[in-house]
Design a protein around this ligand. Structure first.
Ligand code: PLP
Length: 358
């Protein structure tokens, strides 16, 4: 029996996507072979590959001024690829809002980039999004829109004159985005868009021509992958196939505006339980900065009850609720594939648990 999946990532995919993949697993559209068993240079695979790219364009409504790339190495490789390509020897500005931006900053500094941290909420355990003011002379300006571990999220994008670079790993495809300042938007697929193994990079075309140094390896240049339409080397074909199905599922749901409304309602359902629990549950993030995707909270009376919560929830068929070790407690990740009904099961469980243990 499938459980309700509240894992932070990898996590649940829409059941209809898995069912379709299962139905075509050994024989894709009469090919007599699985999609993972055919050449990435053939027409059959190319339809999947370019189909996924065009669905991504359709969902975000992005035009010809952007390129969509499929790369490997997860979000982590982008921590290095971004400076390798977008840095010009001046200043790179970063807003530090959690573990993932801290890692990106550390990587850029390791490479010799002059990093300026223009805002940080580190001293308050990353419980909010600080005010971010980028200067007008940076090579690029870097943020992470949704902080998966601490459960905070930007409600509006900060303005930037320099190309805005966004790690959207955990809120990709969860709401429409205004691309006016965006130079590069990226993330691993494994939270909202598909399985692990493929990362999606949406990059403004003029930035593809940039490269910091002459000795940047061929493979680490965006231009290499843009010129080859993300077929420079063998791509993770099965992951991209599942990404394509997930993007189709999103379109069938009514696209990003519709999914945003659903996501807001889901998040409200859980935050309301926290706020009405008379202090039994304590949310980590300040209210104005709460994530719609990852809800991190503690139980006031301490760790023992938190462990019991996670164990009891599992016994009630709910997976993946243990908080990240840095925050402790509980984290409910409610990405696109989690339904309102799933969230209500958790909300009811939370109320009952508080009643019994409060
Ligand atoms: C999960 C996550 C990452 C790391 O992704 P990998 O694909 O494992 O490298 C980076 N940034 C954010 C915001 C994440 O949620």
């Amino acid at each position: 029996m499938r459980k309700i999946n509240f894992s932070a990532g990898p996590t649940g995919l829409p059941l209809s996507v898995l069912e379709q993949a299962k139905a075509e697993f050994t024989d894709f559209h009469g090919e007599g072979a699985s999609i993972m068993e055919v050449s990435h240079r053939g027409k059959t695979y190319e339809e999947v590959h370019f189909g996924a790219m065009s669905k991504i364009r359709e969902l975000y409504g992005i035009g010809d001024e952007y390129e969509v790339l499929f790369l490997q190495g997860g979000a982590h490789l982008q921590f290095a690829m971004i400076p390798f390509n977008l840095y010009k020897g001046g200043i790179a500005e970063y807003a530090n809002t959690g573990v993932w931006t801290s890692k990106a900053i550390k990587e850029a500094r390791l490479m010799g980039v002059n990093v300026s941290v223009v805002a940080s909420s580190e001293s308050e355990k990353f419980n909010h999004i600080p005010e971010v003011n980028f200067s007008n002379n940076a090579d690029y300006a870097y943020i992470c829109t949704n902080n998966t571990i601490y459960g905070t999220q930007y409600k509006t994008l900060p303005h930037s004159f320099a190309p805005l670079v966004i790690d959207a790993s955990s809120d990709f495809f969860s709401e429409p985005l205004d691309f006016s300042d965006i130079g590069l938007l990226y993330g691993g697929a494994q939270k909202n868009a598909g399985p692990s193994g493929v990362s999606i990079i949406i990059i403004r075309k003029d930035l593809i021509e940039r490269v910091w140094r002459n000795d940047v390896p061929t493979f680490l240049r965006y231009k290499t992958h843009a010129d080859a339409k993300s077929l420079y080397n063998t791509p993770p074909t099965f992951a991209i196939y599942l990404l394509n199905l997930t993007m189709q599922w999103l379109i069938d749901q009514g696209g990003l505006s519709a999914i945003k409304e659903r996501n807001l309602a889901k998040a409200k359902t859980i935050y309301d339980v926290i706020d009405n629990s008379n202090g039994f549950y304590i949310g980590h993030a300040q209210k104005a900065h709460r994530s719609v995707m990852n809800i991190s909270y503690n139980i006031a009376s301490g760790e023992a009850l938190e462990a019991k919560f996670v164990a009891d929830a599992l016994a009630h068929n709910m997976l993946g609720l243990r908080g990240h070790r840095l925050v402790g407690g509980i984290r409910a990740s409610i990405y696109n594939a989690v339904s309102q009904n799933d969230v209500e099961v958790l909300a009811d469980f939370m109320k009952e648990f508080a009643r019994k243990n409060g």
